[in-house]
Design a protein around this ligand. Structure first.
Ligand SMILES: [Zn+2]
Length: 279
């Protein structure tokens, strides 16, 4: 068996010190590929350089470029032009545009929700259009925004579609994405027993629609899965809240909710990654 972490912020400072050792550890666990999305112009070069420096040492690292809806405050249209330029320059290195999308919680919390929505939509629309022009898949962020994202994804009907990252939601919502050719990122959400709706959804969907991801260092797994002792130890010696090595735990959890064998789940998830990013 071998695995791909389809979404990991490996350029985050949380991993800086221990990166070579961490990649070695991933390799031993058969995590052979890590896909690293960008979040803002600030980290474009960091993501590209990280992939250049560590690619095949000892595992493969693939960069993506995009602007995440959480980081728009200081940004304007010129940053989208910069993104376009970067993508054109690094067309042979990047494998997707991401992570991009709309975030309903940020809109709700904003002093001016209408302006926030309009700005997020402008950035999302622009980046989807870029993906269409460049024939690249996208990595889509969602939070309280399935209904908001969907019309944009429908409008562009991207050839390679992409990944709905950290999917949580109902069967109907999942189906909407699958009908557009998207695959769903299965992450730490399934480690929380309260995530019943998402777990039931992932149980019922075709295995051809799922890929594995950690979103590390974000999205820690539940203490139920990680064990309270480990969590307590981490509090004393702060380590990143999540790590790409946890991909194996997420995979093991997925095997407990799916009817197929572990081998079949692992190999199909790999084929799904191939289909989106490497064909
Ligand atoms: Zn992310």
């Amino acid at each position: 068996m071998q695995f791909t972490d389809s979404h990991c912020h490996l350029d985050d400072n949380a991993f800086k010190e221990q990166l070579p050792a961490l990649l070695e550890q991933c390799s031993k666990l058969a995590i052979k590929r890590i896909i690293v999305p960008a979040i803002a112009p600030d980290n474009f070069d960091k993501v590209l350089n990280l992939a250049k420096t560590f690619h095949n040492k000892p595992i493969s690292i693939y960069p993506c470029l995009g602007i995440h809806p959480w980081f728009l405050q200081q940004l304007n249209h010129t940053h989208l032009e910069l993104l376009t330029e970067k993508i054109t320059q690094s067309k042979n290195e990047i494998i997707a545009i991401g992570e991009i999308g709309l975030d309903g919680a940020i809109i709700k919390r904003s002093d001016d929700p209408e302006a926030e929505l309009a700005k997020q939509q402008h950035f999302f629309d622009f980046q989807l259009n870029l993906a269409k022009q460049q024939d690249l898949p996208v990595i889509v962020h969602h939070r309280q925004s399935h209904d908001k994202n969907m019309p944009f994804l429908k409008r562009y009907q991207l050839n390679k579609a992409g990944i709905i990252h950290g999917f949580s939601g109902s069967y109907q919502q999942a189906k909407g994405y699958l009908d557009l050719g998207f695959k769903l990122g299965v992450g730490s959400t399934i480690s929380y027993s309260r995530a019943k709706k998402t777990i039931n959804t992932l149980k019922r969907l075709p295995l051809t629609s799922l890929v594995l991801e950690t979103d590390a260092p974000s999205m820690p797994l539940s203490s139920e899965v990680m064990g309270l002792e480990v969590m307590a130890k981490q509090e004393k010696h702060p380590a990143p809240a999540n790590s790409p090595v946890n991909l194996i735990k997420i995979f093991e959890l997925l095997t407990t909710i799916r009817p197929e064998s572990a081998e079949e789940i692992a190999s199909q998830c790999e084929r799904n990654v191939e289909q989106v990013f490497f064909t």
